[in-house]
Design a protein around this ligand. Structure first.
Ligand code: GSH
Length: 314
């Protein structure tokens, strides 16, 4: 039985990135469905407060943020080919996870697209969702792009992608004959856009793009074994945390923090809830803290080094 538990909800684009990668890597996994808004019973005990979606649990190890989740899964599968293109793949992935994602958010939360979501969800659920997301961003907008600019940018990206997937020397994936992490990041942004019936119309006429997305959709359809949040928590409590090799020790610049100190690790953009624990390891790749939770027991929490702040916690 797999020790991998993905805590996710079906409409979450970053979760779709991970589901597609799990499918591609042919890794067996357990699927813990969570609410699309807080509270999320039994999960915060494992994550120490980190609230973005998805969260990967590997026994008594909790990996936060898809940047590190994907690396962890590739290492677990013994197949790191999605990182074979190095810098080109990871920087392109970052563009898709940030610029493209925010462009799609601006379109999907525009009034004409929201009207469709309101119809699907019901107005009470939509109000609760919007209130939850306002808390996530401390009331700030996720993006300063107007829906009109976002749509123009999006169509521009689609046209460029359509053209680069055409022609005799075109490859089936962005960087070659097999998918890289950049493809998985691009996929989840485009998938998110295609979920909304209003935004989805923008794909009309972009047939190369539609074909490009097909294998990812098929991998994303490969289901995990359903598991309850109670079962996942119990597994976390019973398993022993491990220290996976994520780079050489690299001290925090300008901070008086040593291994063993109590630290707070916080996302630097939104969902800024600190996870507090004892610093076990820090490198240019990852930050690892040990937490002791009354219900989850001893947990190692993993965060990517980039995109997070580490501070001494008193
Ligand atoms: N950098 C994060 C971004 C994750 C993210 O923003 N996920 C969205 C859902 S797709 C989220 O957390 N929304 C708020 C929530 O689910 O609580 C990652 O790569 O995992």
């Amino acid at each position: 039985m797999s020790d991998l538990y993905l805590h996710h909800y079906l409409s979450s684009p970053f979760s779709e990135k991970v589901r597609a990668l799990l499918g591609y890597l042919e890794l067996p996994w357990n699927s813990v469905l969570i609410s699309n808004i807080m509270p999320r019973p039994n999960l915060m005990e494992l994550s120490g407060g980190y609230r973005k979606t998805p969260i990967l649990q590997d026994g008594a190890n909790v990996v936060c943020d898809t940047k590190l989740i994907c690396q962890h899964l590739a290492a677990r599968a013994g197949n790191t080919s999605v990182y074979g293109a190095g810098f080109a793949a990871t920087r392109l992935a970052e563009w898709a996870d940030s610029t493209l994602f925010r462009t799609v958010v601006a379109m999907c939360f525009a009034p004409k697209a929201l009207a469709v979501i309101a119809e699907q969800l019901g107005s009470d659920d939509l109000t609760a969702f919007m209130a939850d997301r306002a808390k996530l961003t401390d009331g700030a907008a996720m993006t300063s792009l107007s829906p009109e600019v976002a749509e123009a940018n999006f169509v521009h990206y689609l046209r460029e992608l359509e053209d680069s997937l055409a022609g005799p020397s075109a490859k089936p994936f962005l960087l070659g004959d097999s998918p890289s992490i950049a493809d998985f990041s691009l996929y989840h942004g485009l998938w998110f856009a295609a979920q909304n019936p209003v935004v989805e119309q923008l794909f009309d006429g972009f047939d190369n793009v539609k074909n490009y997305l097909k294998p990812f959709m098929a991998w994303g359809q490969i289901k995990g074994v359903p598991a309850s949040s109670e079962a996942a928590l119990a597994r976390g409590a019973e398993a022993e945390p491990e220290l996976f090799a994520y780079g050489e020790y690299l001290p925090v610049v300008g901070a008086n923090i040593s291994i063993g100190d109590s630290v707070a690790v916080t996302p630097d953009d939104y969902g800024k809830i600190p996870c507090v624990g004892e610093l076990l390891h820090i490198s240019d790749v990852a930050i690892v803290v040990r937490r002791h939770d009354a219900l989850a027991g001893e947990i190692n929490a993993y965060f990517p080094r980039t995109g997070f702040e580490v501070e001494r916690s008193t």
